[in-house]
Design a protein around this ligand. Structure first.
Ligand SMILES: [Fe+2]
Ligand SMILES: [Fe+2]
Length: 292
């Protein structure tokens, strides 16, 4: 079993959240919901529910400020690693709940990037597939699952009821704070997502690591790929500006590669490594400073 499975880490593996998003919350339109996913006695579903309870309860505006300070504005520690080092490091995060069916982190990244490549997209789009989840290294720096993965959403204003398990936001102190519980909260109408504080997780962390090196659509894909309330539910329209609306199609384009690209024949990293090494070198410096 996963040694990290503690009350604050209810998921057997990080993929359990993504499997839930893929198979229950946002299944492929042509795929009917599997019967067993409707079974509320399913212990796996209980883990996901508990995960969301912790996430929705604790992702407050103040919590996000604390994490931004620690990891972005005033990092306590920085590790020099290349993107390739980051991939190898993330792949040490073994999801061992069921090794026969769980994909390693590297396989998920490769399957996304190879599916993007197979459709002939631009090279920066392929690279985005390869790196989009590298922010999950936060788990290896001791952060709890609920502060690394899960749907992301704006903090500092009212939570949308289209976020999965919205009832758990009643436990979030911001829901009772008049500064944060109105439609706009601390924001101005149309302020643009660049001025909005998102719940903390791997998306925001990776965005800051990549922001000087990739084109704008790639940065939107990385930063907002878990913001399902926006890209799948069309919520928070009042926070958007024209630039966000222009970028939304890119975020939507990326999502199927993240969720539905599981390949029956796993790509072989050793064979693909020369191609991806050259691609990484085209866009990224030899080393990056990863806040740890
Ligand atoms: Fe992700
Ligand atoms: Fe992903």
């Amino acid at each position: 079993m996963n040694p990290d499975k503690t009350p604050s880490n209810p998921l057997e593996s990080l993929d359990q959240w993504e499997d839930f998003v893929e198979e229950v919350a946002y299944p492929e339109p042509e795929h009917k919901l599997k019967e067993d996913y409707r079974n509320y006695d399913d212990p796996a579903r209980d883990c996901v529910r508990e995960f969301y309870r912790l996430n929705h309860e604790q992702q407050t505006y103040a919590f996000v400020q604390e994490k931004r300070k620690r990891f972005i504005d005033a990092p306590q520690e920085q590790r020099k690693m290349s993107i390739l080092d980051g991939i190898s490091f993330l792949d040490t995060l073994v999801d061992d709940s069921d090794p026969d069916i769980e994909l390693s982190q590297l396989q998920h990244l490769l399957q996304a990037s190879e599916a993007i490549r197979a459709q002939g997209h631009e090279d920066w789009f392929i690279l985005t597939g390869l790196i989009h989840d590298l922010g999950k290294v936060l788990c290896l720096f001791g952060e709890p699952q609920w502060a690394v993965v899960g749907d992301t959403f704006p903090v500092g204003c009212r939570f949308s009821d289209r976020i999965v398990y919205p009832e758990f936001f009643d436990l979030n102190p911001d829901s009772k704070d008049p500064r944060y519980n109105t439609k706009l909260g601390i924001y101005e109408e149309g302020c643009g997502l660049r001025n909005v504080h998102m719940s903390w997780g791997h998306d925001e962390y990776m965005y800051h690591l990549a922001k000087d090196y990739l084109p704008e659509p790639a940065l939107y894909m990385i930063r907002f790929h878990s913001f399902y309330a926006w890209h799948r539910e069309d919520e928070y329209e009042y926070l958007l500006d024209d630039h966000d609306r222009e970028m939304l199609p890119w975020v939507k384009r990326f999502n199927p590669f993240d969720l539905y690209s599981k390949s029956p024949v796993p790509p072989k990293w050793e064979e693909l490594k020369p191609y991806y090494t050259a691609l990484i070198e085209k866009y990224f410096p030899a080393e990056l400073a990863w806040s740890a």
